[in-house]
Write a protein that binds this ligand. Structure first.
Ligand code: ADP
Ligand code: MG
Ligand code: MG
Length: 881
């Protein structure tokens, strides 16, 4: 095994072995770009070192050989007393990783060679300053000395000299500081700063290896799902100097603007400086265009290299470069990071000019970026400190007056005001207020709390779990950690992308992309790029994309955003608001007559709901789920009722009855209780009423010349027997309505698969089902045996931290467990019924990673909230590439 590669020996395909930086340096060397020569110690050497605690025995010889080659090429010897060769030691893993050891520059300087460097460069201050930097970096990163001690020592000198900048310390001062640094090292590390250049080099290499297991590096890997065993490569490279005067400098450059995607080179330049100064922000850098005036030759040459790199990598590249006495050196390149706008625009432009194919362009953007572009955002970076930070649960930006309860949100919004609903946490009762509000802010709960899930579903801005806020809904105010009190009616700005809340109204920009997607008209380069990517995704995807929508307005919106039907139309929302009274009447009915009267009153209301939705989705499938949640969700809260009764002088008879009903219907585990198909079978007339409302709505639409495609979906089925009973009842009602209206109603009847038993017996269930719709929210809850609402707030943070799972199974489908059930059920179901239609309607239907899984599992469609439809279309296309 070879552990050391000269730059000229490697290539871009060797990133696993040479790390990202090493592969980039090698590739540029091969292309003939001006890269200071050097060599890379491989990730394999690092792995051996990490596993055994010792470097592979061959490494010493190979590295010495490579160094000798470098010395020959440069005509200088590492750390030689006169005109020394200096090198940098640069860490560089496969994936760039903050938290790893930084680069050490100027290795090879010691008490002798610093004098040599001063002579050969003719600049004593430069030499002294380089030595000072080496001791400081080496002391901190290799010898483990607290970096603050060095900073404090320098600060003391600056104070003494009354100067602000390191730059203003003179040669003599720097020599004194250097001696102080050596003292610090001796005191703190118990040994001297190593004077032997070879020793410096080998210790620096080992320190890079060790930094792989540093605390911050591990945390980063864990969060980014980077495997633990990759190891890092180490690059050793001849130093070039940007800090040799006005004809030198350093900078970063991009082949295109990484913020907007606009073509043309872009970047920063800092004259008379070394690379780390740019990052440290020691002085303000100049825009790259200034280099044109300062050094036209270097500028033009840089432009040539950038074009060369972009052509070669066929993507946006960035470089780090240094100019030494007018000579340009490229020190690093990689395919550059970019904003969501830039990602779409660059992919589109490169596709347009034939550099990449439409498929490649699609692969380079993703649904998360698309969603980000659809939200309005705050115009300026807020300069003032936020009131609080929370979880960025649902992105976007919103401004509004603070309200503390749902009713007030509805009232104020109806009066034309923009409001932000602030709660400790939200419950289903807050739904109307959440709909009315511009944003939702909670002080408890994480990414899968009720507020977060519902807000994301609605595409509403949400910051949750802002724990520093003390919310007092009774006094109608909240207090921040800093003691700022915000009252109802005060204006706040909520940034759901950053997860922050600000006092006052920050300036807001509407999203062009959001508008363009709904109207189909492009208004600029970015929207055009987005529409182009979507058009290609639509042409290659196999998965259909439907929306979850319960109202005609949502249906219209979903359709505008490209939904090809409704995969989940929940009917329980149709029992809320003013209709609650009718539901109560149905529940409290003492006899069949009273119950039928209540149901009869609900019928026309439901029918009108369905007619509106079927009209909005004319010609497309609409899957209507019969009522699912336990009935007591439609009744008042038990405690509230009891208190009201106890404190009333004349107890209200209706309240008394209600309380009885609530108590009768109370369940220990309502999620596993009387709900779904069980409810439909247990409450006489309920299912018939709903099916009749659907059937009559279809008949109405047919009569009006529409093309309604309603499908009846039975929730929470565990066994085919349940589905058979429900199917018989549904078919009976359909036949009745057919006879009454003289129409032929050929409605598919299917079921949710959301219990493990349903998935396990899918072959049986398929005997009675025209379609399966995987309710992956409940399926995840029941497969893992945990309630989303509770688990999220209690042990999820711990589980995520301990790595039990990398991401919540409610956010991204758990392929191994829940996903396995889905795969099994699809196969078993289709074996029995080859025409069985399959889809998914849980939250996962809008999650990029999950969509790729559903594509692989062979489902026919995914269904997600209207707002996520464009992202789902894009990801379904990407999954098919
Ligand atoms: P990072 O991964 O943090 O970007 P680098 O290894 O790229 O770290 O090093 C940081 C900076 O150090 C570079 O941008 C460059 O300016 C400077 N640097 C690294 N190696 C050399 C070198 N051989 N000559 C001059 N400057 C160098
Ligand atoms: Mg770098
Ligand atoms: Mg369900």
């Amino acid at each position: 095994m070879k552990y050391v590669y000269e730059f000229a020996e490697g290539s871009r395909d060797m990133a696993d072995l040479l790390g990202g930086k090493g592969a980039g340096l090698a590739e540029m060397t091969r292309l003939g770009l001006p890269v200071p020569p050097g060599f890379t110690v491989t990730t394999e050497a690092c792995k051996v070192y990490l596993a055994t605690g010792e470097e592979p025995p061959e490494l010493g010889v190979e590295a010495a050989g490579a160094l000798a080659g470098l010395e020959r090429a440069m005509g200088r010897t590492l750390g030689a007393p006169d005109d020394p060769l200096l090198v940098s030691v640069r860490s560089g893993a496969r994936f760039s990783m903050p938290g790893m050891m930084e680069t050490i520059l100027d290795i090879g300087l010691n008490d002798q060679s610093v004098i040599g460097l001063a002579k050969s460069s003719g600049q004593e201050r430069f030499a002294r300053d380089s030595y000072r930097r080496l001791i400081q970096m080496f002391g901190r990163t290799v010898m483990g000395v607290d970096g603050d001690l060095f900073e404090q020592a320098i600060a003391a000198h600056k104070t003494k000299r009354h100067v602000r900048d390191d730059h203003d310390l003179d040669t003599a001062e720097l020599s004194v500081i250097t001696e102080e640094f050596k003292d610090i090292i001796r005191r703190e590390a118990g040994e001297d700063f190593p004077q032997d250049p070879a020793d410096q080099l080998s210790r620096a290499i080992r320190a890079v290896f060790d930094s792989w297991n540093g605390e911050r590096a591990r945390v980063y890997r864990h969060r980014e799902h980077i495997p633990e065993d990759l190891g890092t490569a180490v690059n050793v490279q001849a130093m070039v100097f940007g800090n040799l005067g006005a004809d030198s400098g350093t900078g970063v450059a991009f082949t295109r603007d990484p913020a907007t995607g606009e073509s043309g080179m872009y970047g920063d330049y800092l004259p008379d400086a070394q690379g780390e100064d740019v990052v440290a922000g020691v002085r303000d850098a100049l825009p790259l265009s200034e280099l044109k005036a300062l050094d036209p030759r270097a500028y033009v040459e840089l432009g040539d290299h950038l074009r060369r790199l972009e052509d070669h990598y066929r993507d946006l590249c960035d470089v780090e470069f240094t100019v030494e006495h007018g000579k340009l050196w490229i020190l690093q390149t990689r395919v550059g990071k970019r904003t969501a706008e830039a990602a779409f625009r660059i992919a589109h432009d490169l596709r347009d000019d034939g550099t990449i194919t439409a498929d490649e362009a699609l692969a380079r953007v993703d649904g998360t970026e698309l969603t980000r572009l659809m939200f309005p955002r705050f115009d300026t970076q807020a300069t003032d400190l936020p009131l609080a930070h929370g979880v960025p649960a649902s992105p976007g930006a919103a401004v509004g007056a603070v309200v503390f309860d749902s009713a007030e949100a509805v009232r104020r919004a109806a009066a034309g005001e923009q409001v932000v609903l602030v709660r400790r946490e939200t419950t289903p009762d807050d739904l109307p207020g959440m709909i009315a509000a511009q944003a939702v802010l909670t002080s408890r709960g994480g990414k899968t709390s009720h507020a977060a899930v519902v807000a994301r579903g609605m595409g509403k801005v949400c910051v949750c779990g802002a724990e520093a806020l003390a919310v007092d809904p009774v006094a109608r105010r909240f207090t921040t950690e800093a003691g700022v009190v915000v009252h109802a009616g005060d204006t706040v700005s909520v940034d759901g992308t950053a997860g922050t809340v600000h006092l006052g109204a920050l300036p807001l920009t509407e999203s062009d992309v959001g508008r363009a997607l709904e109207t189909g008209t492009s208004t600029g380069a970015v929207t055009e790029a987005v529409l182009g990517a979507l058009a290609h995704a639509d042409s290659v995807r196999r998965l259909e994309v439907r929306a979850n929508a319960d109202t005609p307005e949502d249906a219209v919106r979903a359709r505008a955003l490209g939904a090809e039907g409704i995969g989940l139309c929940r009917t329980e929302h149709m029992f809320l608001g003013e209709r609650r009274a009718l539901v109560e009447a149905m529940i409290l009915a003492r006899d069949a007559t009273a119950r039928e009267a209540a149901l009869a009153a609900l019928l026309p209301l439901q029918r009108a709901d369905f007619t509106g939705i079927l009209e909005a989705m004319d010609g497309l499938p609409v899957t209507i789920r019969l009522i699912d949640p336990p009935l007591h969700e439609f009744l008042p809260d038990r405690t509230e009722l009891a208190v009201r009764l106890a404190s009333a002088t004349h107890p209200d008879l209706h309240d008394r009855e209600l309380l009885d009903a609530v108590e009768r219907m109370h369940e220990q585990n309502p999620m596993l209780g009387l709900r779904g198909v069980r409810l439909g079978l247990a409450v006489p007339g309920l299912m018939a009423m709903q099916v009749r409302a659907i059937a009559e709505a279809v008949a109405d639409r047919l009569r009006d010349g529409g093309r309604p495609h309603a499908e009846v979906m039975i929730p929470l089925v565990g066994t085919v027997e349940e589905l058979r009973l429900a199917r018989t009842e549904t078919e009976r009602v359909l036949a009745e309505v057919e006879a009454e209206t003289g129409t032929s109603l050929d409605l598919p009847i299917g079921t949710m698969i959301e219990l493990p038993r349903a998935a396990l017996t899918a072959g049986r269930i398929a005997e009675a089902a025209d379609f399966f719709s995987f309710g992956t929210n409940d399926l995840t809850q029941t497969t893992w045996g945990m309630s989303r609402d509770d688990a999220e707030a209690s042990f999820f943070p711990l589980y995520l931290e301990k790595g039990v799972f990398g991401v919540s199974p409610f956010e991204t489908i758990d392929r191994e467990g829940v996903g396995r059930l889905v795969e099994m059920a699809v196969v078993a179901g289709r074996a029995v019924n080859s025409r069985l239609e399959t889809g998914v309607c849980g939250e996962h239907g809008g999650d990029p990673d999950s969509i790729h899984f559903f594509h692989l599992a062979g489902l026919d469609y995914v269904s997600c909230s209207p707002f996520r439809v464009p992202a789902a279309r894009l990801e379904a296309g990407r999954a098919a590439l």
